[in-house]
Design a protein around this ligand. Structure first.
Ligand code: AMP
Length: 315
C-alpha cells in the first residue's frame, strides 16, 4: 500500500495501475476509519479493483457552527486500517492541495434532492459534498465508487449528480454497518460519553419501532413518523431534529408507504448530531381472497420477506 498527498502522485499511480490492466475502485472518506468504511473497501477489493481510499475532511461541506475543527483525525491509524484491509492507494491531501486558492469558486449543486432531510438543516452541505466528490472523481477517475447507505441522502445526491452530468462511474451502495446494539458506525460516535453512547441506540430503536409497524401492515406515513418521534422523545438525552418518511427516489415526504420508502432520522445526543435510516421495500400487496399481504422489507443489512395480515390501511 502507498500513501500519497498530491493530486499528481495519484494520477501517476492510477495511470500505472491502468497500464497494468487494472480497473479502479474508489472509496471517498473523511477518515477516522471504522468497520463501515472497511465494508466499502472490502466491496471494492472483492470486485478485484485497484482500490483507492481518499481521506479528506472537506471544509466545504461543514457549516460555520459545525464540527470541522474538532472532527476526529488520525492518519496513522487510518493508514494501518487501510493496509490491513488490502487498500492499494491512500490519497490524503491537505486542504491547500484540494483548494489552492483557499476556497472554490466553482460548485456542483444538486437541486430538489437536497431541499429536505439533512439539507434543510445543513445549508450548503450537499453542495460541498457534490463539489468535493466531483473533484475526487476527476482526480481518481474510478470505474466504480462505493458509498454507504448510512448517508442515504448523500447516496441519492451522488447518484443524481452522476446521472445528470454523465460521470463515467458506477455507484455502488453498501449496507449500513452497525455496532452489536444497532448503533450505526460513525466517526462521530467518538464524541459520545459512555452515557450518551447508551442513549445513542435510540435512533436504531426508533427505526425498528417504525419498521415493526410497517411489518404489521401500517401504511400511513404520519403514524410511522409518530412512532419514530415518540421513541426518540422518550430518551432523555436525545433531541429530535427530524424524523421523516420519504420516497427513495424523490426524497419527498409521502402520505402512504409504497415501493421504496426511506425512514430517516437526525437526532442530537447531547451536542452530537447523529443520523440513521432504513430503506423499506414495500411491495404493493396483492390483496386477494386469502386476506394476506406479502411485502418485502429491506433493511440496511438484510433482506426480509414478511407476511402480514391485510388490514384496513386505506390501500
Ligand atoms: P465519512 O468518512 O463519514 O464521510 O464516510 C465515508 C463513506 O463511508 C460514506 O460513503 C459513508 O456513507 C460510508 N459510511 C460511513 N459510516 C458507515 C456505516 N456505518 N456503514 C456503511 N457505510 C458507512
Amino acid at each position: 500500500m502507498e500513501l500519497v498527498r498530491t493530486i499528481s502522485e495519484v494520477r501517476e499511480r492510477i495511470r500505472q495501475a491502468r497500464a497494468g490492466g487494472r480497473t479502479v475502485g474508489f472509496v471517498p472518506t473523511m477518515g477516522y476509519l471504522h468497520d463501515g468504511h472497511v465494508a466499502l473497501i472490502e466491496a471494492a477489493r472483492r470486485a478485484g479493483h485497484y482500490t483507492v481510499v481518499s481521506i479528506f475532511v472537506n471544509p466545504l461541506q461543514f457549516g460555520p457552527q459545525e464540527d470541522y475543527e474538532r472532527y476526529p483525525r488520525d492518519l496513522e491509524r487510518d493508514a494501518r486500517i487501510c493496509r490491513q484491509a488490502g487498500v492499494d492507494l491512500v490519497f490524503a491531501p491537505s486542504v491547500e492541495e484540494m483548494y489552492p486558492a483557499g476556497r472554490s469558486r466553482t460548485f456542483v449543486e444538486v437541486t430538489e434532492l437536497t431541499d429536505g432531510l439533512c439539507g434543510r438543516f445543513r445549508p450548503g452541505h450537499f453542495r460541498g459534498v457534490a463539489t468535493v466528490v466531483t473533484k475526487l472523481f476527476h482526480i481518481v477517475q474510478p470505474d466504480v465508487a462505493y458509498f454507504g447507505q448510512k448517508d442515504a441522502q448523500q447516496v441519492r445526491v451522488i447518484q443524481q449528480m452522476v446521472a445528470d452530468l454523465d460521470f463515467p462511474v458506477q455507484i455502488e451502495v453498501v449496507p449500513t454497518v452497525r455496532e452489536p446494539d444497532g448503533l450505526a458506525m460513525s466517526s462521530r460516535n467518538s464524541y459520545l460519553s459512555p452515557e450518551e453512547r447508551r442513549a445513542a441506540t435510540v435512533l436504531y430503536r426508533a427505526l425498528k419501532a417504525a419498521e415493526a409497524l410497517v411489518a404489521a401492515g401500517e401504511r400511513d406515513a404520519e403514524r410511522v413518523r409518530d412512532a419514530m418521534r415518540r421513541t426518540v422523545e422518550a430518551e432523555p438525552l436525545a433531541r429530535l431534529q427530524y424524523a421523516e418518511v420519504v420516497d427513495w427516489q424523490s426524497l419527498r415526504p409521502v402520505d402512504t408507504l409504497r415501493s421504496e420508502t426511506l425512514l430517516a432520522l437526525a437526532v442530537y445526543i447531547g451536542q452530537t448530531r447523529l443520523i440513521d435510516n432504513l430503506l423499506l421495500r414495500v411491495d404493493d400487496p396483492p390483496y386477494g381472497s386469502s386476506g394476506s399481504a406479502h411485502f418485502q422489507i429491506r433493511t440496511g443489512a438484510e433482506d426480509l420477506a414478511i407476511y402480514a395480515r391485510s388490514q384496513h390501511h386505506g390501500m
